[in-house]
Design a protein around this ligand. Structure first.
Ligand code: KIV
Ligand code: ZN
Length: 522
C-alpha cells in the first residue's frame, strides 16, 4: 500500500467550514484545530480568507507561523488586493499556498459583468500575480460543474499557463452526479494542454447528499487532491467529510488504490473538537463519527459482532481512535450480548444464573430504552432496578413558575427510605427543583449536561430529559421521561445521583453512602 500513489487531503474546515452560519470559531479555537489537523497529517490546511476580516488575517498568519508539516493556504478573490493580503498572511508558513478563484459559470460571470474574454484576461492577470508572489498557487473556477465545457477548458488552460500548480474543480452548489464528476475531470485531463503537469483537485458540496461520492468519483478519474472538512462542516448542507473519503479509500482500497498520509486514529478527537468549537452537533447516525456508527442493538447483530466483529463492521472503532464499548444493551439484545457484557463488568455467570438475569433484564428493557451498566450490576446483585429500591426517590414535587415572582419548588425525597422535605427558589422551575434536590442531598458532583428532548409531537408530548454528572472523575448519566418537563428533569437528576452512588460504591466499595451529609428535616 505504501507504494501506491498519494491523494492529497486539503482541509477547509477553517475556511469553507467556518462559513456555515453560526459556526464562527475564536482565534484560539482556530489555532487549536489547525494544530490538530497538522498533527493528523492533512497535506494542505486552508486556514481562512485573509481579506475577509482582521480576525481572519490574524488567524491565518498565526497558523502559518505555527505550521509544522502542512502547507498553509489562504483564499483570495480574483483581484490584486485580495491576493496581496493573502500572501502577507500565508508567507510565514514553511510551505505557503495562495488559492485564488472566480466564478466561471454564466450565472457567476454576470455578477462582475465580465464577458468570456474579459474574464479570461482577469484569470491570466490574477494567477500570474499570485505566482509572482508564491510558487504554490491554486486556482478554482467557482461553479465549475455549471460552466460550459469549452469555456472551462479554456480558463483552466489559461490558469495553468499563468502558473497555477493546482486546479480545483468545485461543485459549488452540490449539483453534480458521481458519473458527471468523473467525466469532468477526465475531459479536462484529455483536452487541456499542460493538464498532466498540474494536480487536479475536487471540491464538492453536499446539497444532494452526494459530496463524498462525487469526490471519490473524481479521484477515480484522475483528481489527486480532495477538498473536505471535518464532520462535513460547511455552507448549507456542507462539504465532503474528511473522515468519509479517507476511510472509504482505506476500507475499499481495492476500488481506489491510493493512499493518504492521514493518521486515522486522530479522526474522532478532531470530530469532537470541531463539533464543540463550531457548536454543530454530529448527527447520531453520521457515517464514521456518529455516536451510533459502531453500535449494535439487535440481538442478531450483537451475537454476530461478538463472534466475529467483521460480520457487521467494515472498520474497527480503533481505526478512528474510538475504544468504546460497541454493545448498547436494550430490548433487542440477546443472551450472548448479555453474557459478554456481564463478563466485561466482572460477572462470569453459570448458565442458570444467566437465565435468571436474562428474564429480569428483558422485563427491565421493556420499560427502559437503554439499560446501563449500573442497571445490570443491580440486576446481578438481585436488586430490582426500579424506584422502590433506589437510595434517592422522588416522592412529591410542586413547582410555582410564571411571569411573576420567585420560582419555587417544594420537594419531598425518600432518602434511604426516610422522607425529607424542603422548599427552595431558583432562576426557573428546573433550577428551583434542582436546588431542592441539592438542599436535601448535598453533593460535589457538577452538572455537565442537561438536555431535554420531546419524544413525540404536540404539547402533551413526553419530554425525555438526560443529565450527566461528574464527580472526581466518575461520570454518571440519568434520564427520565414524563409529560411534565420539570418532573422528568428532577427524576433524571435523581436518577443520575443514584447511579453516582452505585459508582462510588463500585470504585470505593468500603465507602458508606449513608455517610453523605444529607439534610435531615426531622
Ligand atoms: O465552493 C466553492 O466553489 C468554493 C470556492 C471558493 C473554491 O468554496
Ligand atoms: Zn466551497
Amino acid at each position: 500500500m505504501t507504494d501506491q500513489p498519494r491523494v492529497l487531503i486539503f482541509d477547509t474546515t477553517l475556511r469553507d467550514g467556518e462559513q456555515s452560519p453560526g459556526a464562527t470559531m475564536t482565534h484560539e479555537e482556530k489555532l487549536e484545530i489547525a494544530g490538530l489537523l497538522d498533527e493528523m497529517g492533512v497535506d494542505i490546511i486552508e486556514a481562512g480568507f485573509p481579506i475577509a476580516s482582521e480576525g481572519d488575517f490574524a488567524a491565518v498568519s498565526e497558523i502559518a507561523k505555527r505550521s509544522r508539516n502542512s502547507t498553509i493556504c489562504g483564499l483570495a478573490r480574483a483581484n490584486y488586493k485580495d491576493i496581496d493580503r493573502c500572501w502577507e498572511a500565508v508567507k510565514h508558513a514553511r510551505s505557503p499556498r495562495i488559492h485564488t478563484f472566480i466564478g466561471t459559470s454564466p450565472l457567476h460571470r454576470a455578477i462582475p459583468n465580465l464577458d468570456m474574454d474579459q474574464m479570461a484576461e482577469r484569470i491570466h492577470d490574477t494567477v500570474s500575480h499570485a505566482r509572482n508572489l508564491c510558487d504554490n498557487v491554486q486556482w478554482s473556477p467557482m461553479d465549475a460543474t455549471r460552466t460550459e465545457h469549452d469555456y472551462l477548458c479554456r480558463t483552466v488552460e489559461i490558469a495553468i499557463k499563468a502558473g497555477a500548480t493546482t486546479i480545483n474543480i468545485p461543485d459549488t452548489v452540490g449539483y453534480t452526479y458521481p458519473f458527471e464528476s468523473a467525466k469532468l475531470i477526465q475531459m479536462l485531463l484529455e483536452r487541456v494542454p499542460g493538464a498532466d503537469q498540474i494536480i487536479f483537485a475536487t471540491h464538492c458540496h453536499n446539497d444532494l447528499g452526494m459530496a463524498t461520492a462525487n469526490s471519490l468519483a473524481a479521484v477515480e478519474a484522475g483528481a489527486r487532491q480532495i477538498e473536505c472538512t471535518i464532520n462535513g462542516l460547511g455552507e448549507r448542507a456542507g462539504n465532503t467529510a474528511l473522515e468519509e473519503v479517507v476511510m472509504a479509500m482505506r476500507v475499499r482500497n481495492d476500488i481506489l488504490p491510493y493512499r493518504t498520509q492521514i493518521d486515522t486514529t486522530k479522526i474522532m478527537n478532531l470530530s469532537r473538537r470541531v463539533s464543540a468549537v463550531s457548536g454543530f452537533p454530529v448527527q447520531f447516525n453520521k457515517a464514521i463519527v456518529g455516536k451510533n456508527a459502531f453500535l449494535h442493538e439487535s440481538g442478531i447483530h450483537q451475537d454476530g459482532v461478538l463472534k466475529n466483529v467483521q460480520t457487521f463492521e467494515i472498520m474497527r472503532p480503533e481505526d478512528i481512535g474510538v475504544s468504546a464499548d460497541n454493545i448498547q444493551m436494550g430490548k433487542h439484545s440477546g443472551r450472548a450480548a448479555l453474557r459478554a457484557k456481564l463478563k466485561a463488568l466482572g460477572f462470569d455467570m453459570a448458565e442458570n444464573q444467566l437465565n435468571d438475569v436474562f428474564v429480569r433484564f428483558k422485563a427491565l428493557a421493556d420499560q427502559k430504552k437503554e439499560v446501563y451498566d449500573e442497571d445490570l450490576i443491580a440486576l446481578v446483585k438481585d436488586e430490582a432496578v426500579n424506584d422502590e429500591n433506589d437510595f434517592l426517590q422522588v416522592k412529591r414535587l410542586r413547582v410555582v413558575c410564571g411571569t411573576e415572582g420567585p420560582r419555587e419548588a417544594e420537594l419531598t425525597l425518600l432518602i434511604d427510605g426516610v422522607e425529607h422535605t424542603t422548599d427552595t427558589t431558583g432562576d426557573g422551575p428546573v433550577d428551583a427543583a434542582f436546588n431542592a434536590v441539592d438542599d436535601l442531598f448535598p453533593h460535589k458532583a457538577t452538572l455537565e449536561v442537561y438536555q431535554v428532548q420531546a419524544v413525540t409531537e404536540g404539547t402533551d408530548a413526553q419530554a425525555t430529559v438526560s443529565v450527566r454528572l461528574s464527580e472526581d472523575g466518575r461520570i454518571a448519566t440519568g434520564s427520565s421521561a414524563d409529560t411534565d418537563t420539570v418532573v422528568a428533569s428532577v427524576k433524571a437528576y435523581v436518577n443520575a445521583l443514584n447511579r453516582l452512588i452505585v459508582r462510588r460504591q463500585k470504585t470505593a466499595p468500603d465507602s458508606d453512602v449513608k455517610s453523605v451529609n444529607y439534610k435531615d428535616q426531622h
